[in-house]
Write a protein that binds this ligand. Structure first.
Ligand code: NAD
Length: 351
């Protein structure tokens, strides 16, 4: 039995991780530390057995040190971040503050408790992104753990800086850290500002589907549960000081995803007439194609063209490979959003 500290556990991936972990490690306790920004939903985790939600900020070093010390926590999984690229373009300060200063604050707390006050086994796992590697041309090899960092947005630059701080705390002070850099996640509990939930909900509400540039930006898509399994494997068998790239193994252009979402919504309405009553503004409610909502808009500034993950190290060193193919995972995700309108509807006001 152990107690884990999960930062950002009321956000998208953190929530899925908390739920994943408690189902499989039934003796463990989890403390979620989350500032409940617009992206954090207390109800995602607050009612769960053996999970305690502490509303607080990762930049509060004393609070983090106290949580680690008083609960004898030896494992910290760090998800808390500002995570939306568009927001980092319009307001980069919050990204520097949370992602860089916040990660450093956690490292300082971990160092003081785990190296000075209560030395012993410990693990600081830092969750990061493949966006730190920049953008690929169509024929470039996929990102490996040795690809040079070349972040292009304030979001990815702030994550890159946090990765470097995590690395430095290992090499300088001997903190047992691991880092995972993963690709675009999708799945339940994703805030409806990100591509898949945003476009699905816009289809349901008959709102435009704004497609950046020519829509041919390519991303590797990873089901959030596969990501959680990857992190579990890093915690179990990953080597301190190492980084692991975790991917879904499927490169898909945005336009293809959008067309798949539209087709899935059209099929869902055709199969279930009650959807037309619930969502009367959807084109599909009138038997029209959801794809009629597509509009091409000016490209995002500095928009990376392609990301792809070389997952060989995770496969060979951790035994990791994704379980879920994208078509299956996307279908399940769309169904989750159709079944959980009460979760996402109030969040539309916070976007
Ligand atoms: P999210 O925006 O859904 O959730 C972030 C959570 O962090 C929220 O609950 C928020 O309240 C909390 N938070 C923000 N600032 C905080 C602070 N100062 N103190 C405490 N809590 C704070 O993000 P997500 O999509 O779940 O991403 C989680 C992590 O995974 C991030 O570090 C992100 O960079 C990384 N990541 C995400 C993706 C993806 O596709 N979503 C891909 C690769 C890596």
């Amino acid at each position: 039995m152990q107690t884990l500290l999960v930062t950002g556990g009321a956000g998208f991936i953190g929530t899925n991780f908390v739920r994943y972990w408690r189902e499989r490690h039934t003796d463990d306790r989890i403390i979620v530390l989350d500032a409940l920004t617009y992206a954090g939903v207390a109800a995602n985790v607050s009612g769960l057995d053996r999970v305690k939600l502490v509303e607080g900020d990762i930049r509060d070093t004393d609070l983090v040190a106290q949580l680690l010390h008083d609960n004898d926590i030896r494992t910290l999984i760090h998800f808390a971040a500002e995570s939306h690229v568009d927001r980092s373009i319009s307001g980069p300060d919050a990204f520097v503050s949370t992602n860089i200063i916040g990660t450093h604050s956690l490292l300082k707390a971990a160092r003081s408790v785990w190296l000075d006050q209560r030395p012993g086994d410990h693990r600081f796992h830092h969750v990061s992104t493949d966006e730190v590697y920049g953008s690929l041309e169509p024929d470039d090899p996929a990102f490996s753990e040795t690809t040079a960092y070349a972040p292009n947005s304030p979001y990815s630059a702030s994550k890159a800086a946090s990765d470097h701080l995590v690395r430095a705390y290992h090499h300088t002070y001997g903190l047992n850290v691991t880092t995972s850099n993963c690709s675009n996640n999708y799945g339940p509990y994703q805030f409806p500002e990100k591509l898949i939930p945003l476009f699905l909900i816009n289809c349901l509400h008959g709102k435009p589907l704004p497609i950046y540039g020519d829509g041919m930006n390519v991303r590797d898509w990873l089901h959030v549960e596969d990501h959680c399994r990857g992190i579990e494997k890093v915690l179990r068998v990953g080597e301190p000081g190492e980084t692991y790239n975790i991917g879904g193994g499927e490169e898909v252009p945005n336009l293809v995803i959008i067309d798949r979402i539209c087709a899935a919504v059209d099929q869902a309405f055709a199969a279930d007439p009650s959807l037309a009553t619930r969502f009367p503004d959807a084109p599909a409610a009138r038997g029209e194609a959801s794809a009629s909502l597509k509009v091409f808009v000016e490209d995002r500034a500095g928009h990376d063209r392609r990301y792809a993950i070389d997952e060989r190290k995770a496969r060979e060193c951790l035994g990791y490979q994704p379980d879920r193919d994208f078509a299956q995972g996307l279908g399940q995700t769309l169904q989750w959003y159709l079944d959980n309108e009460a979760w996402w509807l109030p969040l539309l006001k916070a976007r």
